[in-house]
Structure formats: C-alpha cells, structure tokens
Design a protein around this ligand. Structure first.
Ligand SMILES: [Zn+2]
Length: 271
C-alpha cells in the first residue's frame, strides 16, 4: 500500500503542475515528465518514487537545479496515507473476507468505499501540492473532491440502512461534523477578511467532513490539522509577518489521522 501510495503521490505532484499549466494557458508539458528548468525528459530511473529523489539529492540530473520538496513530501505523504488506509480498511477486509462475504452487498459497498477513499486521497494530494506551491485551489478539483466525499457518505448511509442502523443518528452526526470542520473554516475565513484562511479551504473541509461522516472524528481532524499547521507553519508565519496559512495539506493530514483513529471497520460491522 505504501509503494502504491508513493507512485500515486508522484502522479499527483505532476498533475498539480499540469493543472497549473492548463489554468495559465501555457503549452502542455507533453506526455513524459520533464525538468521544469531545462526541459530534460526524465528517464525511467529518474522517475522511481522516493528513491530517485534521494539518489539525485533533490536535483535535476542534467542541469542540477533543485526539484523542490513537494515531490518527495507528496510521495512519502501519500505512501503513508495509503499504508494507514491499508491498516484500518484493507487488512481487516481481507482478514474477515469469509465473514463479510455472507453479506455480499455490504462487502461490495465496503470495497467501493475503500477505492473511493484512495481516489479522494490522490485528488486531495493534487490540491495540497497546488495549495502549497501557488496558494490556490482549482475549482474543478474542489467540485470533484466534494462529490467524492458525498458519495462516500452516501455509501455509509446505505450500509447503515442494510444493517438496520440508526440513519437519523448518522445524518445528525455527519451534519454536525460538517458544521465543525467546514463551518469553523468558513467562519475563520470570513472573520479574518480572508487573511487567515483561503476561500477554498472551507470547501476542502466540507469534502473531508462528508467523507468522515462523524462529528467526533471531524472534531479530531480539525484539532489535528490545526495543531500540526500551527507547529509546522508558525515559525515561518512569525518570520514573514501577516501571511495566509495554506491549510489544505494540514486538513488532508488531519483527515487521514482521523480515519486511522476511527478504525471504522469493526464498529461498522460489529465484528
Ligand atoms: Zn534540469
């Protein structure tokens, strides 16, 4: 799962650059990856996630220009995120496969949820890289990630109905989660006159809250995103004075940690 995540992390980082070029109306970069400085076309051995970056010490093989930290961080980050989803979803699903197979519909929904979660994490990584590099969030990608979050919540509601669970309680919990995550981000965005938080952040928070579908875990995601954001960004915020915090990457970290903490599967299937 880590290797798969690292490969998609590499893909996500390239996609951020491609979106940037598309939005700015520049000539597309072509099919193969190139050095952003000298346009050297990368060979396959320059493209191995994590390993190539370390071997090249973060520099272009040809011109020696620095590649940047977004590449290695997105590969390591998404690799770790995939490994964590593997831990709480994929491993238990394989382990309890024969038990779960007695309810084929529930199993199908569970597998669909895992796949959609992984796709959502890839899109969130593209958004995080884009946010960290250029301080913006492309609207189309935000729409995509909110849609994914809504479908994941829809699947959770469906599972609850199949298990004769309390749908109303789930809906109240999910809506409360949206209020906690997206509501607070929106309030900070408005109250600070768009200085402390970007306009896209509350939409990103909305997508995450929908996918979590639980007020308690949404609170955890919010708390962890803020805590990590403060610890990591505070030194540079103080140094540069008034500066917008690019909250996107931290929201994603909070999201993954909340899912991991929630270990949704056992409670979901009462195993
Ligand atoms: Zn180069």
């Amino acid at each position: 799962m880590f290797v798969l995540g690292a490969v998609f992390g590499s893909f996500a980082c390239c996609q951020a650059w491609r979106w940037r070029y598309r939005i700015q109306g520049k000539k597309p970069l072509g099919k193969r990856s190139v050095c952003m400085s000298c346009k050297y076309t990368l060979k396959w051995y320059d493209n191995v996630p994590v390993i190539s970056w370390i071997m090249l010490r973060g520099k272009c093989r040809k011109c020696g220009k620095k590649i940047g930290y977004a590449e290695i961080l997105s590969e390591l980050g998404l690799g770790t995120a995939f490994a964590m989803i593997g831990h709480v979803y994929v491993v238990p699903t394989i382990y309890y496969w024969t038990v779960l197979a007695t309810k084929p519909m529930s199993l199908a929904i569970l597998v669909a949820t895992i796949v959609l979660l992984l796709i959502m994490l890839v899109v969130l990584t593209i958004l995080s890289v884009y946010d960290a590099k250029w301080g913006e969030l492309p609207v189309l990608l935000l729409v995509l990630v909110v849609s994914l979050g809504a479908v994941i919540l829809g699947l959770k509601i469906w599972t609850t109905i199949l298990d004769d669970g309390d749908v109303l309680q789930l809906l109240i919990s999910a809506v409360s989660g949206v209020a906690i995550l997206a509501g607070v981000c929106w309030a900070i965005y408005k109250a600070s006159n768009e200085r402390l938080m970007g306009g896209g952040d509350w939409i990103l928070a909305l997508a995450i809250a929908l996918a979590i579908g639980d007020w308690w875990l949404s609170l955890w995601a919010m708390f962890l995103a803020n805590l990590l954001g403060d610890i990591i960004m505070m030194p540079s915020l103080i140094q540069k004075g008034n500066h917008v915090l690019h909250f996107g990457p931290f929201l994603m970290i909070g999201f993954v940690l909340a899912i991991w903490l929630g270990s949704a599967l056992p409670s979901l299937f009462n195993l």
